[in-house]
Design a protein around this ligand. Structure first.
Ligand SMILES: *[C@@H]1O[C@H](CO)[C@@H](O)[C@H](O)[C@H]1NC(C)=O
Ligand SMILES: *[C@@H]1O[C@H](CO)[C@@H](O)[C@H](O)[C@H]1NC(C)=O
Ligand SMILES: *[C@@H]1O[C@H](CO)[C@@H](O)[C@H](O)[C@H]1NC(C)=O
Ligand SMILES: *[C@@H]1O[C@H](CO)[C@@H](O)[C@H](O)[C@H]1NC(C)=O
Length: 229
């Protein structure tokens, strides 16, 4: 048991080391960045165009001792149109700006497309200094790039999942040794808040398990969890 604990701690530290940089909060403490956590899902939309990370069907491993609790997720990066939702933003100041800019009209997907505060901060890489990418959303890029199509989602009656929307990301593959060998060739890594709940939520790839409903069964650095909302 102590051995297992130590090795999961090591995996966590390795993951942390990969992104560590002068003055940059490690994934162990993203609380200065995720000032609006926890973020609910919403439909106040805006459009961007630039380089982004996509974690739609991500496979993730929790990072031991992280605050807020985050998992290291294997994602892809793309350059092109991508979509976001204002209430899901993890930085409080940008979220508040986006809510007042985008609420009650479609201007953030039309006139202000690629011109909002979120898009500016994402494209000039100042959203999370030190993390060059932000996770947003695109309906087709993952399916096209992997040739797998879009899997059917399902409703989970409780479980553990990440919500990667607006998370801080870096280029390159995840470092966790817990990801299964032969995992897809993920080319970006995101640090996504995760939740354990007894309430229903959506698992984006309905073939993935819903995850433990008891937080004690989520073994830090070991249990694989998947992206939902
Ligand atoms: C969106 O904004 C970024 C940063 O200003 C720019 O590089 C990119 O070309 C813009 N995309 C479009 C489609 O205007
Ligand atoms: C997703 O990306 C494709 C390819 O760049 C683009 O044509 C499409 O408009 C994007 N969709 C969304 C919702 O951003
Ligand atoms: C990341 O991988 C996807 C899937 O293979 C690919 O379509 C995309 O172009 C890659 N992104 C970069 C920046 O190389
Ligand atoms: C969805 O999950 C199934 C079962 O694990 C997996 O084989 C498939 O590759 C997944 N699809 C995507 C797009 O992630």
């Amino acid at each position: 048991m102590p051995g297992a604990f130590l090795s999961s701690l090591l995996v966590g530290l390795l993951a942390v080391g990969a992104a560590a940089q002068e003055g940059v909060p490690t994934p162990l403490n993203l609380s200065p960045y995720y000032t609006a956590y926890p973020a609910p899902i919403s439909f106040i939309l805006y459009l961007d165009s630039g380089e982004f990370a996509l974690c739609a069907y991500a496979t993730c491993v929790t990072i031991p001792g992280s605050n807020p609790p985050v998992a290291e997720c294997g994602c892809y990066s793309f350059t092109g149109p991508n979509l976001g939702s204002a209430t899901g933003i993890l930085n409080k100041q940008i979220k508040d700006t986006m809510l007042s800019t985008c609420f009650g009209s479609a201007r953030c997907t039309t006139l202000l497309s690629n011109k909002t505060e979120f898009c500016r901060r994402m494209n000039d890489r100042t959203m999370y200094p030190g993390y060059e990418l932000v996770s947003t959303y695109n309906t087709t890029d993952w399916a096209v790039a992997t040739g797998q199509g879009n899997p059917e989602p399902r409703v989970c009656q409780g479980g553990t999942a990440t919500n990667c929307f607006a998370a801080a990301c870096r280029r390159g593959t995840p470092t966790s040794r817990a990801l299964p060998p032969g995992s897809p060739a993920f080319n970006s890594t995101c640090y996504c808040p995760y939740f354990t709940t007894s309430r229903p939520f959506i698992m984006a790839n309905g073939s993935f398990p819903c995850g433990p409903t008891d937080p004690a069964q989520v073994v830090p650095g070991k249990t694989l969890i998947y992206n939902g909302a």
